[in-house]
Design a protein around this ligand. Structure first.
Ligand code: ZN
Length: 336
């Protein structure tokens, strides 16, 4: 039997990814609204009319309907083509990275669950428990079948470590500042990631996700603070971001000599202390507001937290594909 040419196979896999993405969209939507996603046919979420088959073709329907429902002309969320394209690219990426192997199939399933978890988290800051539990089980299976570099024992330990890390931090912050720094969903995502990657790589993923959270979430939080007329809070957020970035660049490229570095470290510490003072002040205002059930204050001070799940999942995806590169960068960073 002739083997299917590489390019043709790549196109098949891309199209299969688009279709899977289309299915994931339905799962995201219906698991948030508790609908059964197997039995009922696709409907427009706004006018509830049943879609014709040609309105259901991944990406193409969105383009040729110009992003609007054919019946009610309401705009269709950009989520639909976005999830389809992300899914197609992840499937194609797994094929390019691992060829046509059992590992590829597992990586594709893992990436599909990543999209589900990130999707519901982005849309409504909700993690569906069942998605996380199934992914944890798949992670354990991944090591049982010897597709990952870790043993089953390491996968189980990684899982427990991930869950406890976020749960303990969340409960500590709940005790100290009156609100959980991480949602329950983050603990569940870490439970699954620990099973897939084990402790060591999970630790790398957590560090990476803190970095991504800073790069993406801090500008948004600063913008929200500015919108709520909290200028010093907005500036504090930006200081944290600039401080972390400059520490990274100075260390990574070894830009300063010892004396310069001392001055630099001192300045950064002063700026960061000022910034953290402002941020903690805001957190205490929120704690007060929560205690007094003062609704308006809760509303005004609820902008300093962002869902952490998407950052975790983004970092995990990078580690699935580029682990050796990441390890190299970290080693380079640590060796001064
Ligand atoms: Zn409609």
């Amino acid at each position: 039997m002739n083997e299917i040419p590489f390019a043709i196979m790549a196109i098949y896999i891309f199209i299969f990814g688009l279709c899977t993405g289309s299915f994931l969209n339905v799962v995201i939507l219906r698991s948030l609204s508790n609908e059964n996603f197997v039995l009922s046919r696709s409907r427009c979420p706004k006018c509830k009319k049943q879609l014709k088959w040609y309105m259901n073709i991944p990406v193409f329907s969105y383009i040729f309907l110009k992003g609007r429902c054919a019946f009610c002309k309401n705009t269709i969320s950009i989520q639909y083509p976005l999830v389809e394209i992300v899914c197609a690219l992840s499937f194609l990426g797994s094929y390019l990275a691992f060829n046509m192997t059992l590992k590829t199939i597992f990586v594709c399933i893992i990436l599909s669950f990543f999209i589900l978890l990130a999707g519901t988290d982005f849309k409504e800051t909700v993690i569906i428990d069942t998605h996380a539990y199934i992914l944890t089980f798949i992670g354990l299976l991944y090591s049982i079948l010897k597709l990952s570099d870790i043993s089953l024992a390491q996968a189980i330990i990684g899982s427990i470590f991930g869950f406890l890390f976020f749960e303990i931090l969340a409960r500590l912050t709940k005790k100290i500042i009156g609100t959980r720094m991480f949602g329950e969903g983050d603990s569940l995502i870490a439970l699954a990631l620990g099973a897939i990657f084990g402790c060591k790589i999970l630790a790398i993923i957590i560090i990476l996700s803190f970095i991504f959270q800073c790069l993406f979430a801090i500008p948004i939080m600063a913008y929200n603070a500015q919108k709520n007329k909290k200028k010093s809070l907005a500036i504090s957020y930006l200081f944290v971001l600039i401080g972390m970035l400059s520490v990274f660049f100075v260390n990574y490229f070894k830009l300063l000599n010892d004396f310069e570095y001392l001055i630099f470290a001192l300045l950064i510490t002063i700026f960061l202390m000022w910034a953290f003072k402002n941020i903690i002040k805001e957190i205490l205002i929120k704690k007060d507001a929560l205690n007094n059930k003062n609704d308006e204050n809760i509303l005004n001070s609820s902008f300093y937290l962002m869902p952490f799940g998407p950052a975790l999942i983004f970092s995990a995806t990078i580690c699935l594909f580029f682990l050796s590169n990441i390890k190299e960068i970290i080693l380079n960073f640590l060796i001064v």
